[in-house]
Write a protein that binds this ligand. Structure first.
Ligand code: CAA
Length: 420
């Protein structure tokens, strides 16, 4: 029996209302602005207010994907939220989203966690659910939603961000058909990045985490090659675009260098001018053009890889349809996957539906004092019976917002449809 292709039928992004310009952060921290702009590749960083959490961002992104792509919530048979910044040790973010979107009671609903790999784990589970014949014509909603926070004046501070990417996964997808038989996996216990139960902030052994990420790329890529059987579909030459997990834009450049080295079988240094030029040409064509959203949003953990894909899809042109893409997801700790897909025929017709420009253009620039005030306010915003955070205090108007915890129950107000 030949299986219908399955993959991404709809995708949408939603992030916080406010952002910090990296030049303001550099000035406040007495750092050369080029370190953030060129050294890390970041120009802006999304910052969530105390009234925007993993639940509100996930719900708004999912509502946007359903609404823009004309999908009835009743068609969703699986809902998975990948997050490493959930709101409860027991209750999944996904079940709040399930209620707020009005999904069916026979929709299976859960949360996945493995640092930034959580949403990729959700995506591959959704593909397996479809391949196993359990979907019964329904679709899966997979959401990546996170607030990346290391704290004021830490080394990780310029690599923060926040946002959610929602993807609707089904048979005969309108955007990207995924090669579910070529996903390669990798797992290794390492302490490169973690967030203990008692901490709001992540801890990272930053430079070591970069080494772990690159080692994981090699491992997952090799496994994908073994899975694929036909090596042709994985070759860089066969790829129109390569998407990587993007904790900061420069990391995608490092990942692509490792991708080239792994495939070409040699370490490439600047001293080898010809090979270095070959890597640069490949990076400029296959990676750099799709990092614009990441550079103004920052790290969104589980969603970073898919934000790069959304950037590609919003810029799609008909000649790219039918071309192959690669996806690499890395979650610290660590788990990783490398896989491929193909741009669906006719996908260009949906590119405007993917574009988050209206939302991003409406964002408000914070000054450094307001940013620090906001970060401190978030530290206690979910404590029981604390003074309730008021969206108006943070310049938020209509929309879906978190408004405090009463009697140990999180409270929300507004609706996803009203959120800009
Ligand atoms: N002009 C231009 N470039 C400059 C510069 C200047 N004035 N000053 C420094 N740079 C360059 C450096 O040369 C360096 O580039 P290379 O890496 O290409 O050499 C870059 O800017 C960063 O400089 P440093 O390495 O000195 O920066 P740092 O020590 O302050 O830390 C960091 C950088 C390790 C990424 C830190 O921000 C951090 O710990 N971030 C959190 C962890 C993280 O993001 N890890 C990524 C891999 S793990 C993962 O991906 C999972 C996840 O989401 C967390």
């Amino acid at each position: 029996m030949t299986r219908k292709p399955a993959g991404i039928d709809a995708i949408a992004f939603h992030g916080p209302r406010c952002y910090l310009d990296m030049s303001d952060l550099a000035q406040a921290r007495d750092v050369d602005p080029d370190k953030y702009r060129l050294g890390l590749g970041q120009t802006q960083m999304a910052v969530a207010t105390p009234c925007e959490d993993t639940v509100t961002m996930a719900t708004v992104a999912a509502h946007r994907a359903l609404d823009r792509f004309g999908i009835d919530p009743g068609e969703i048979g699986t809902l998975i939220v990948g997050t490493e910044t959930g709101v409860d040790h027991s209750k999944p973010v996904a079940v709040y989203v399930h209620e707020m979107l009005g999904l069916a009671q026979n929709c299976r609903t859960f949360e996945t966690k493995h640092a930034c790999y959580g949403a990729m784990a959700g995506l591959t589970s959704a593909l397996d659910w479809i391949a196993a014949g359990r979907a019964r014509g329904r679709k899966a909603l997979v959401i990546a939603s996170d607030i990346a926070r290391y704290g004021i004046k830490t080394a990780g501070e310029p690599t923060q961000g926040a946002g959610a990417v929602a993807m609707i996964v089904g048979a005969d997808p309108r955007l990207v058909e995924l090669d579910s038989d070529t996903f390669g996996d990798y797992t290794r216990q390492v302490m490169d990045f973690w967030r203990p139960l008692y901490s709001k902030y992540a801890f990272a052994d930053g430079h070591y985490s970069i080494e772990c990420y690159l080692a994981a790329f090699t491992g997952a890529w090799r496994d994908a090659c073994e899975q694929a059987g036909s090596w042709d579909r994985l070759r860089l030459e066969a790829l129109d675009a390569c998407f990587y997990h993007v904790p900061f834009v420069k990391m995608a450049r490092k990942a692509h260098l490792r991708h080239c080295e792994t495939e070409w079988g040699e370490a490439i240094t600047r001293a080898d001018a010809d090979m270095a030029a070959r890597v640069r040409t490949s990076y400029d064509a296959q990676v750099a053009p799709w990092l614009e959203l990441n550079s103004v949003v920052g790290n969104i953990y589980t969603g970073s890889l898919f934000l790069a894909m959304a950037d590609y899809l919003r810029k799609l042109t008909p000649e790219r349809e039918g071309r192959r893409l690669s996806l690499f997801s890395y979650g610290s700790g660590c788990g990783a996957a490398f896989g491929t897909g193909v741009v669906s025929g006719g996908a260009t017709a949906s590119r405007n539906l993917v574009d988050p420009a209206v939302h991003l253009d409406s964002r408000v620039r914070l000054d450094i004092d307001r940013y620090e005030q906001l970060i401190r306010a978030c530290e206690t915003a979910d404590h029981n019976e604390e003074p309730y955070p008021d969206p108006a205090d943070w310049g938020l108007d209509k929309g879906l917002y978190y408004v405090g915890t009463r009697d140990h129950v999180r409270q929300y107000t507004g609706s996803p449809a009203e959120t800009l």
